[in-house]
Design a protein. Structure first.
Length: 342
């Protein structure tokens, strides 16, 4: 496995690159905007293809690199389903798996620091965001923080094997990694006897607001691609209009989502499954989607929220597939409009 821990000294943020092999797919956890060039250089050096950029939660202390990485690599942006961020390409929930080629992380919903905080567990390590820090825990006094919920989330993390490595989103002392056992024994925040003591402890921290908060939170809320731009060019169907496309012989509906998303949410009847990571192969000459478009069909992409499909329309148009369209707002809009699923 390829594993890199990267540091942003301005916000003391750790970001993590994971991949199963050189030349393979990679994901990055908690990228920082100012470091995007560095990440991309590293991807090039290690011959990796970035396919997913993930935030453990909505950050208040730095601007996320999600949007910039998506714009430069067409990667999928991922956050938890509770996130208030306008549009990310994929949302994960408790019990889901976050996957790239050769790697699979268990998704734990660990609210408390924020109501959209997640941890990701894989084998011998867990990425804890700001839920569990080294000898600390993330503050709970803003962003819908809840120390009661955090206590429960911490108990859950403490049930992982003691030798599990803990990789947090931040450290202000320079510590890079810990273990569950070590935190159990030496983390002062875990020395409380019960949830009431924890709530009391967290209520009396009196921390100043993070310096970047007023800038970072609003910026991080708006990561959406401009689906309006795709619509302005006449490449979008509203969900309501898209209903009239089902069953038409001159239309190919293409589902870009992953298998697990299809199983959870259902799919549009009669649509074909062509996962987004294979998009470039599919729209190249000889690819499935290229052939469908060449045979005179209107190719209509859709995904969960319209992000991946908007990127796909742009990529297909760039390849000369003039009939490429997408469903604005994706399956979320489709379901809201009362569209049937199978
Ligand atoms: Fe945070």
């Amino acid at each position: 496995m390829i594993f890199r821990q990267l540091f942003d000294s301005v916000s003391s943020t750790y970001s993590y690159v994971l991949a199963s092999r050189r030349g393979g797919e990679a994901l990055i956890i908690d990228p920082v905007l100012e470091k995007v060039d560095r990440y991309l250089k590293l991807m090039e050096e290690l011959d990796l293809k970035l396919v997913k950029a993930v935030d453990t939660h909505l950050h208040a202390d730095h601007i996320t690199g999600l949007g910039a990485l998506r714009d430069r690599t067409r990667c999928v942006t991922v956050m938890g389903e509770q996130s208030k961020v306008d549009v990310v390409s994929m949302r994960v929930g408790e019990g889901d798996r976050l996957t790239v080629e050769g790697l699979s992380l268990d998704v734990f919903y660990t609210p408390g620091h924020t109501d959209d905080s997640y941890s990701f567990h894989m084998g011998d390590r867990v990425f804890t965001g700001d839920t569990l820090l080294i000898r600390g825990t993330g503050r709970t006094d803003f962003q819908n923080g809840d120390s009661r919920a955090q206590y429960e989330s911490l108990q859950r993390l403490m049930r992982l094997p003691e030798e599990t490595f803990v990789y947090p989103a931040h450290d202000y002392k320079g510590d890079m990694v810990s273990t569950i056992g070590e935190e159990k024994r030496y983390n002062p925040r875990l020395k409380v006897r019960n949830v009431e003591e924890y709530v009391e402890l967290m209520a009396n921290l009196h921390l100043p607001n993070p310096k970047m908060m007023d800038v970072a939170v609003p910026a991080n809320m708006h990561q959406g691609l401009h689906q309006e731009e795709v619509a302005r060019r006449g490449w979008a169907f509203s969900a309501a209009d898209a209903m009239g496309l089902v069953g038409r012989h001159d239309v190919a509906l293409i589902d870009l989502r992953e298998k697990a998303e299809r199983e959870r949410t259902g799919a549009i009847p009669g649509s074909l499954h062509a996962p987004y990571p294979d998009l470039m192969d599919n729209i190249d000459e000889g690819g499935l989607i290229h052939e469908l478009a060449s045979s005179g069909k209107t190719v209509v992409f859709y995904c969960a929220f319209g992000e991946r499909s908007a990127m796909a329309v742009q990529a297909a148009q760039d390849k000369g597939l003039a009939s490429a369209r997408h469903i604005e707002g994706g399956m979320a809009a489709w379901k809201k409009a009362g569209g049937a699923t199978r």
